[in-house]
Design a binder for this molecule. Structure first.
Ligand SMILES: Cc1cc2nc3c(=O)[nH]c(=O)nc-3n(C[C@H](O)[C@H](O)[C@H](O)COP(=O)(O)OP(=O)(O)OC[C@H]3O[C@@H](n4cnc5c(N)ncnc54)[C@H](O)[C@@H]3O)c2cc1C
Length: 282
């Protein structure tokens, strides 16, 4: 090595692959299952809480556990995953890390079981203790993958979403100061799917039955807080888009005060939905 040159310290990847096994699977409601994952790798897992997202990699047909993407050239897990042969490449889906505990190291993900389901929904419905999968998650609390970031001076919070957003909503509620006024608009299929949510938030449950999303109408009719509100919206992409448009165009809410994310897109799998198939660290 030339005199005066330095060796850069190894950069710690913000997001990493964590091999885990299922410890427990509990139905929270008929169509929502909480899977608890455990394993020694989780000692390095560091959630940023709120709506912290990450990925789950699942085995494909004929495998009992997913193959690990080998990051041989330092380009990261996502490039490694993409370079795997499609027939053996694990199924990749995006989820919210609902909770993390230590002693023992455990992470929870709440899976909405939808219709006939895709690979992730079907996997979660059948998951048993000992099943092995890979999580891609944060190895630092500031690793990214957290969108709920109310600006300084926020005087109230409004959260709206469907079942897929409930884990993030619950986790966000856990981190808010009790004196902050919070309203939640939560869409589920019916009364059986309502869950207890943490904190003193004012929660309105909306039942869609077999009809369209009731969220746009509920938000349109609602008297919203006037004290510097911050909005967080997630769920089916076209519904989320309508909610945002209503707030920004019809209610004249500042764009910066509206955080929105399509969590799934009707008629498309996550593989087909470009907006969701972003690497986990984004
Ligand atoms: C940042 C982020 C966080 C998320 N967090 C969670 C979470 O914590 N819990 C959770 O359950 N989901 C969450 N999701 C949504 C989840 O990633 C999608 O629902 C995903 O498509 C499920 O994968 P799948 O393999 O079951 O279905 P896919 O193979 O992706 O889709 C199969 C079919 O099912 C439809 N579909 C997908 N999801 C739903 C649904 N909820 N209801 C009705 N039809 C659906 C698709 O349109 C498609 O037609 C999150 C998504 C994002 C982007």
């Amino acid at each position: 090595m030339a005199a005066g040159s330095t060796t850069a310290p190894p950069v710690q990847a913000a997001f990493r692959v964590f091999p885990v096994q299922v410890e427990d699977a509990v139905r929270l409601t008929p169509h929502m299952v909480r899977i608890t994952f455990g394993g020694p790798a989780l000692a390095d897992f560091r959630t940023g809480h709120r709506d912290q997202r990450g990925k789950i990699l699942l085995p494909v047909a004929g495998q009992t556990e997913p193959l690990v993407p080998e990051d041989v050239n330092g380009a990261g897990w996502y490039a490694a995953w993409r370079s795997m042969p499609p027939e053996t490449r694990p199924v990749l889906r995006t989820y919210t890390f609902r909770a993390q505990r230590t002693e023992p190291d455990e992470v929870d993900i709440d899976f909405a079981l939808h219709g006939e389901g895709g690979p992730a929904g079907r996997w979660a419905a059948a998951a048993r203790p000992g099943d092995r999968v890979l999580l891609v998650g944060p190895a630092r609390e500031d690793a990214g993958g957290v969108d709920f970031r109310p600006p300084p001076g926020t005087g109230s919070v409004v959260l709206a979403g469907d079942e897929t957003a409930l884990p993030a909503i619950a986790s966000i509620l856990e981190g808010l100061p009790p004196e902050l006024p919070v309203r939640v608009f939560a869409e589920v299929s019916g009364p059986d799917e309502e869950q207890a949510l943490p904190g003193p938030a004012q929660v309105r449950w909306l039942h869609r039955g077999h009809g369209p999303s009731p969220l746009p109408e509920a938000l349109r009719e609602a008297e919203l807080p006037s004290a510097a509100p911050y909005f967080w919206l997630a769920g089916e992409a076209s519904v989320v888009k309508r909610l945002r448009r209503h707030l920004v165009s019809e209610r004249d809410i500042d764009r910066g005060a509206v955080c929105f994310k399509g969590y799934w897109r009707r008629g498309l799998t996550e593989d087909q939905d470009d907006s969701a198939a972003v690497p986990a660290s984004n």
